[in-house]
Design a protein around this ligand. Structure first.
Ligand code: AMP
Ligand code: MG
Length: 522
């Protein structure tokens, strides 16, 4: 045993609690070796979750572990089985077709982190697939999961990425890659659907008990205290977590693209990044997945789809609760989603006060909806606009100029060269809105500078636009230059900060970005 091997999780608690569920829940599967693997990135902030620094993991043995060419003695790799509704149609059996769960590490803060390799070869659930992931899509997932984390949105994490000389064929030959993903658990709604659809209610209960005891332990205490059934509480918690995640997606302009129930995490994490996209222009019917011809998973449909998916999950739990209990748990969705989404939008717009009266809140809501309509009509960039709005607030000259008929949008221009690119074509309509906005702000007094600071903490300066990922992909695939991945990762992990050296990514997307087409092919 060499020194490196000692370093590699030797002194850490490496277990696999999922494995204890028994072999109805997975198949044992060793990874398939990759040809000439190359460790192209280690994410320092995720390495930390495993009590390591990136440099401690930067050695050949970790590389071989991370791509599946070497397995640890204490690891019990499994491919988990699940089912799922794909584009509304039930598929009775899916499963990890190219992902392997290696086990989990308990860190010094007693957090358990499951380690999963995505792209490590075929499994019994691969169907026609090759069990591989290509570098292009791996870079997109790697960057986006960390971008979501930087935005404060619950997500799986990405520890490391490996490229290889393995040829993987999609529309053309591409190189095979693996990403090492971390999450407390990768259990999906579809995991429950598999057993429920087979009438295996014991297994449904076993899985629910597993999830509750490991990931929702407070539910057990609550149920004990009130002498109540824990399962409706469990469903209600999943509903709540999902509603919170979706409210955050909508407020930041994130579109997942493939919200099948097998891509819905039981912990309310953003999971399985494929043809995702962030809004450039505010466009409610934006479809990021070019294979989604009906627009089932369009941006505006996400809240309703998440609810539909939760209803499918609720159905799987009907052997553990009454229909009324299930419906009551599901009703948590609306009571969490709408108020939270509006709160997030209020904060983006600079309204932070906690105790506004109802009329004031309603006025703010009307104002925000009017703004979104206006933005949509004028094809205004969602991220840029909200980031710039704080400049307007902190510039009293701008505030005063609006009512006197001087174009208030020109006041925004003074603060930003980006805004000067005619964000609003219909200036008059925007100026009219601005008058009402200024009035609403006056009713919610706050020092301008303080408001700006607070707004800048909720309106990202940087999001992962498709073209940014594309630049990193082209450098990596054409020149084996992985530096952009590193730079973007660092940038997107703190998207609310200024990063003047990266300000070229803070503007509107370039013309060529319109030609990027993203589908499920990954
Ligand atoms: P996704 O839409 O990427 O979440 O994948 C849907 C299902 O297809 C899952 O069961 C995946 O494991 C499986 N799958 C996707 N790509 C591949 C592949 N290249 N090889 C094997 N299975 C795959
Ligand atoms: Mg999936």
């Amino acid at each position: 045993m060499n020194a490196a091997q000692k370093l590699l999780f030797q002194d850490q608690s490496f277990t696999n609690r999922f494995h204890t569920l028994g072999d109805d829940f997975y198949s044992h599967q060793m990874p398939t070796a990759l040809l000439n693997p190359q460790l192209i990135h280690i994410n320092p902030s995720v390495a930390k979750l495993l009590d390591h620094t990136a440099s401690e993991l930067n050695h050949d043995q970790f590389r071989d572990f991370a791509c599946g060419n070497m397995t640890l003695q204490q690891s019990q790799p499994v491919a988990t089985i699940y089912a799922g509704h794909q584009f509304g149609h039930f598929v009775p059996q899916l499963g990890d077709g190219r992902a392997l769960l290696l086990g989990e590490i308990k860190n010094s803060r007693n957090e358990h982190w499951e380690i999963q390799l995505k792209g490590a070869g075929t499994t019994p659930y691969s169907r026609q697939g090759d069990g591989r992931a290509v570098l292009r899509s791996s870079i997109r997932e790697y960057l986006c999961s960390e971008a979501m984390y930087g935005l404060g949105i619950p997500t799986t994490r990405a520890l490391a990425m490996i490229n290889s000389e393995e040829e993987v064929f999609r529309e053309q030959p591409e190189s095979g890659a693996v990403i090492v993903r971390l999450a407390p658990s990768f259990i999906r709604f579809g995991s429950f659907e598999l057993f429920a659809s087979r009438g295996q209610n014991d297994q449904v209960k076993k899985l629910a008990d597993f999830v509750i005891s490991h990931y929702y332990p407070e539910i057990l205490e609550q149920a004990l205290e009130n002498n109540s059934n824990p399962y409706p509480l469990f469903l209600s918690e999943v509903v709540k977590k999902t509603a919170q995640m979706i409210a955050q997606w909508q407020s930041v302009g994130f579109s997942h693209g493939v919200m099948n129930t097998d891509n819905m995490s039981i912990l309310g994490l953003t999971l399985d990044y494929g043809p995702f996209g962030f809004l450039d222009n505010y466009q409610r019917d934006y479809i990021c997945n070019h294979s989604d011809h009906q627009g089932r998973y369009s941006f505006q449909n996400q809240p309703a789809i998440a609810y539909w998916n939760l209803a499918r999950l609720a159905e799987t739990l009907l052997s553990l609760m009454t229909i009324d209990e299930a419906n009551e748990a599901l009703s948590t969705y609306e009571s969490v989603f709408s108020p939270l989404y509006m709160d997030l939008m209020r904060e983006k717009s600079g309204f932070f006060e906690q105790h506004s009266d109802k009329t004031q809140l309603k006025d703010q809501e009307v104002l925000i909806l009017a703004l979104l309509n206006l933005m949509e009509k004028n094809q205004v960039d969602y991220t840029l606009f909200f980031r710039q709005l704080s400049n307007l607030n902190s510039n009293p000259a701008a505030s005063q100029s609006a009512p006197s008929g001087v174009s208030a949008s020109s006041a925004i221009q003074q603060n930003s060269p980006i805004m000067s690119r005619d964000l609003f074509l219909d200036r008059q309509a925007f100026d009219k809105w601005l008058v009402h906005y200024q009035q609403a702000l006056e009713k919610a007094p706050m020092a301008a500078e303080q408001r700006k600071q607070k707004m800048d903490k909720v309106n990202p300066k940087y999001i992962l636009r498709n073209y940014m990922a594309q630049i990193a992909i082209e450098k990596a695939t054409e020149h084996q230059d992985y530096s952009e991945i590193d730079q973007l990762l660092t940038l997107l992990q703190s998207p609310y900060d200024e990063h003047p050296e990266m300000s070229h990514y803070a503007g509107l997307p370039p013309e060529w970005a319109n030609k990027i087409s993203v589908s499920c092919s990954s």
